[in-house]
Design a protein around this ligand. Sequence first.
Ligand code: MOS
Length: 765
Amino acid sequence: MARKIIKSKYFVEEDFVEVLAEVPAGGSSPLPTNQEMKVIGRPVTRLDGYDKVSGTARYTFDINLPHLAHARTLRSPYAHARITAIDAREAAKMPGVLGIIHYQNVDQIPWYGSSFLFDPHLRYVGDEVACVAAETEAAASAALKRIKVEYEELPFVVDAAAAMKQNAPAIHEGGNIQGGKPAVYARGDFDAGLAEADVVVEETFTTQVEVHNPTEVHCSVVNWEGDRLTVWDSTQAIFSVRDTVAQSLGLPASQVRVIKRYMGGGFGSKLTTGKYTVMAALLAQRIGRPVRITLDREEMNLAVGNRPDSVQKLTVAAKKDGTLSAMSHWSYGAVGAYPSGAACSWPLRTIYQCPNVKTEEYSVFINAGPGRPFRAPGHVQGTFALESILDDVAEKLAMDPLEFRRKNHATIDQVMNLPYTSKKLLEAYDAGAKAIGWDRRRKVPGADKGRYQRGLGFASQIWWGAGTPPAGCILKLNRDGSVRLIAGTQDIGTGTYTVMAQVAAEILEIPIERIQVNLGDTAVGPYCPLSGGSLTTPSVTPAVADAALQMKEKLLSAAAAILEVPQGELVYQRGEVRHTGDTSKKKTIVEILREMREQTLLTYGARNANPEGYAINSFGAQFAEVEVDTLTGHVKVIKVVAAHDIGRAVNRLTLENQFHGGILQGIGFALMEERVIDPQTGKVLTVNLHDYKMPTIMDMPEIEVIIVSEADTKISNVGAKGVGEPAMIPTPGAIANAIYNAIGVRLHSLPMTPDKILMALAQKG
Ligand code: MOS
């Protein structure tokens, strides 16, 4: 099939990225609707489900190799320091120790432009000092304690507000404001909009640092064969690990192979290559043995990423009839000691119609672990603040919060001034309100007198999740009619193996059990984007469809040659090619392949370009019912209804799984999770899952998922938008509004822990 190479832009996590992509020259024709489908859209059980629950699935940690050595990392005990001397001679003589690397005995390898792999300038408690390989993990850990390091302690700052001050300790040259200035945006005339308003509300909200804490810890296993390196890695982005490792070690990309089969979550912390991966490769090279490096829970809470905190000051102005006339958002947040992003104003800029908007946002360096994208970066904290203040404005206007949102429904993307490919947010409001029983919502917040007070609240969401080229998939038809799909994407636990097989099974009309899927191997799979930004399913499934449709064409062409009839007289049905007139003329896939002898039938499918001149976003509304125990301050989330426009639902089961996880993670952010740093020492006090409180299955509410959309035929043949992040975005905002509705006091600070609830109730009197 004809191809062309185009320039394409897409939004991933925090930025627009421009890529060159090979796409089908003819674009893509939409597949039939889910109603006409047998496999797509159905609740197909995960293909890898049995392997996972039976322990058959091999995760990165399970990779074992002959003579495997184990590595551990020495990390900075100080928030800010300079290494003045390091002596590893004694440690090197410890039993079982095989090799030690640090800044004095390896080349300075630049790391993300701002520092080095081993940088003698240490910028947070947990920054890498040295790495030891030994016969066992225990031996490596013991050796860490014998490495003698002299540190010159430097003044540190672990709070963004303090870090922004003139005389604050500088973490990087150029000061603590990343990029030297705030990110600003404006449209219309904010002051004019303010002047014509009848109601103006100004409030400040804060959100905490949240740590990803996926179930599976970060881990790499590395093995050299001559000058070729294989890396098994728990990553969301095999190609980016390949390129970073290759570049760091000065190898051609072809000599680095990255493999990842299964994963126990990442949420954004596994989007970027870990220093530990490169350190393991250097050690393995030095000692001539394969090396495994596994981070422990403390390292997970110190060093592999977090959601930056935020202080957000919002102003919202509206006219009596409920139309928004002006909005502003001023915020800052701590990105930790290395570049990341703390901006969170995007929802305010686009989701509701408003002519006059201005935003100003500061990403601030502090002496703490680096921030990383975390499931809908910016949008979760930004949506909490926006949806909270909008409820307060609605109350001042004596409008129902849902009516207020309806009144300000936006029909175009106001930042880019582009129409949406599809937007069914109003439908989501209707369906969600009905499912939660929005009329039950108490009209006077906090009017209840009992100990347990219930309330209803809701919040909207906007996200990207369009998917993007380049994404390729190879389809290989075996002689017995079974199929192998090969792609360079990765299943990070969301069900990618299954949704890809569904698409091929649907189009080739063969049982899904006849399909095997190979993902997560840079040596065999064609390039696919990283798995983050809710873009895996919308990027990859169209490539599978393209490959399967081409295979159908190939089979028709082969059957025409075998039967000696024009191809136009043949049709493909249920794994067979039949003649439309003469029913005796037919060939099954197996018969066709048998006649083709040893030839393998291969097709290469590619994801189409996104349409020009459109914004592509997902939309949704989540409704929460909560019960506040006014004696203890404990909040129980009773029910969450998630009503979303996410294009086509490819698999109802894996889709619901995303909502279950995203909503529970949203509950964690809303009510309990928080990284705490001691300002006296700069040490993180929440380095284990006892002190860092995460939600458990006991916190799970009743969840109802409603999909109000069909395939978005403008995007691709499959027409799916991603769901991973939309599931989380509106959850904390909906809970905050439900708490207000229950107790009649507004909480401005996450997490809404029992102490804050009790304090608010006390102030209310
Ligand atoms: Mo990303 S924060 O891994 O979707």
